[in-house]
Design a protein around this ligand. Structure first.
Ligand SMILES: NC(=O)C[C@H](N)C(=O)O
Length: 479
């Protein structure tokens, strides 16, 4: 058993003791929805140890819950609570935690109308992005929240955060997707980032408005219907562990970074993938259903062996991209190389790097042959990567590095880990899917053509709508 499996076994199964609030009179309740709150740890339920450092405490949760008298309000949903057998600081969260959390939520989907995950803030945006890709077919709100100050302390933001998250998760008009509630805003899970370690308002959506901004306004949730799912692309529940992030610095000796890149690219050993079987209730993936029983590398019946059948397989499970993929530069002469490693270069501005380094150029050209994907993100919090808009970024463009557009670094990392983890996508497919809006995580740039392909006309119709903050009246009558 791998260390990750051990960690997972401690994290899950979750405590089977569900705690349910007892309300004064169920008949007077306006809200008949039931929300499951899953505590995974983080500051919200932490307490100070003898040295004054915050640490997870398994005892505090139930004491705290009894103090949340707002849960008795008739407009609040019925709440059940469950917690991981070991709560963790979110800095220890790994892909296996994302997977096991997604699996747990998925297993409860018929019992609850909404979910709240209490979670540390440090890596909340990664979990938000990961769950958004894994739980796209859930069609109910999954809201992650936490706190900057523990509930056990005066002036904690945990109380308002968790109550608002529960309220929203139990509201029929809340966006049925994975989101993060913090301070006064509901952010799309794969669009948000933690920008402050000290402010109560710690999260932002750098390239869009929050889905909902709490306000005293009677006009609640207008236009939420348009925030839905964009693509039915189905991923296997697998994340690659072989993603490395390198950050450029002005005075850095570029040779050291290039040596590191070469070390990563030449890395031997098996690619490491973390996986869970996909939940059985998810709609079966068409081509995998068709190919059931086909061994990897073996051509499914009726298709010639080799590149074409594999490509067909990929195309079939990517309905949105089928036409566009055919137009992409994956011609008959392209070598079918399935990358097993990825390097994300955190470049300057819109994707720039110190100019005129022949070794960098050479390494970028070598990367593909060495089964390594190179993706470019920006050190800027907002805006988009547009490599090649400056001469200083043109080496990236010429060598087929992957644009990450206006995705947050967290979403780009998680998405790339997921795509690489699939284990059968070639470079061009990864590049295409990275730049395609699958779950509202990226906006399409008209200017940006992916490897010379023409955009699929359906993309403009299915791309993420402009996210508009929706004022919310609190409390409001429920339907
Ligand atoms: N505010 C927090 O929750 C920070 C904490 N270190 C965590 O991410 O678990």
């Amino acid at each position: 058993m791998s260390p990750e499996s051990d960690t997972c076994a401690r994290f899950l199964p979750l405590n089977s003791e569900l705690h349910q609030r007892h309300y004064h009179d169920p008949k007077t309740r306006n809200n008949t929805r039931t929300v499951l709150v899953i505590n995974t740890g983080g500051t919200i339920f932490m307490q100070k140890d003898a040295t004054g450092a915050l640490c997870n405490s398994a005892d505090s949760v139930l004491d705290v819950l009894d103090r949340l008298f707002e849960l008795d309000h008739p407009n609040m949903p019925v709440v059940h609570w469950v917690q991981a057998t070991e709560q963790i600081d979110s800095s220890s969260m790994k892909p296996l935690h994302w997977l096991s959390l997604a699996e747990y939520i998925h297993s409860k989907k018929d019992k609850y109308q909404g979910f709240v995950v209490t979670h540390g803030t440090d890596t909340m945006a990664y979990t938000g992005a990961a769950l958004s890709f894994l739980l796209h077919s859930l069609h109910c709100p999954v809201i992650i929240t936490g706190a900057q100050v523990p509930l056990s302390q005066p002036m904690s933001d945990g109380r308002s955060n968790v109550l608002a998250a529960i309220y929203l998760a139990g509201h029929s008009k809340t966006h049925r997707e994975v989101s993060i509630f913090f301070h006064d805003a509901l952010h799309r899970g794969n669009r948000s980032t933690k920008f402050s370690s000290t402010q109560m308002n710690a999260f932002t959506s750098p390239n869009g408005q929050p889905l909902i901004r709490l306000a005293v306004d009677p006009d609640i949730f207008p236009g939420n219907e348009k925030i839905e799912h964009y693509d039915h692309y189905r991923f296997d529940w697998k994340f690659s562990n072989n993603i490395y992030v390198l950050r450029l610095e002005p005075s850095q000796d570029l040779r050291a970074m290039l040596a590191l890149m070469r070390f990563i690219m030449d890395g031997d050993g098996e690619p490491s993938v973390v996986q869970l079987p996909p939940p059985p209730a998810l709609p079966p993936c068409q081509p995998r259903g068709q190919d059931a029983g086909t061994r990897p590398g073996q051509a499914p019946e009726g298709h010639p062996p080799g590149r074409k059948s594999k490509m067909r397989k990929s195309l079939d499970r990517t309905p949105l991209s089928r036409k566009a993929m055919l137009e992409a530069q994956v011609d008959g002469n392209a070598r079918r190389i399935v990358p097993t490693r990825a390097i994300i270069i955190e470049a300057f501005g819109s994707g720039n790097v110190p100019e005129g380094n022949p070794l960098l150029k050479q390494l970028l050209m070598e990367a593909k042959a060495k089964k390594t994907v190179i993706a470019i993100t920006s050190q800027c919090l907002g805006g988009r990567v547009d490599i090649g808009s400056y001469a200083a970024g043109s080496d990236f463009n010429a060598s087929g590095c992957i644009h990450t557009g206006d995705m947050t670094s967290e979403a780009a990392y998680v998405k790339l880990a997921l795509l690489l983890g699939q284990g059968d996508l070639i470079h061009e497919e990864i590049s295409f899917l990275m730049t395609t809006n699958l779950r509202g995580e990226i906006s399409h740039s008209k200017k940006h053509k992916i490897h010379g392909r023409q955009p699929d006309p359906r993309e403009s119709a299915e791309q993420a709508p402009a996210e508009v903050a929706t004022p919310l009246l609190v409390p409001s009558p429920l339907e």
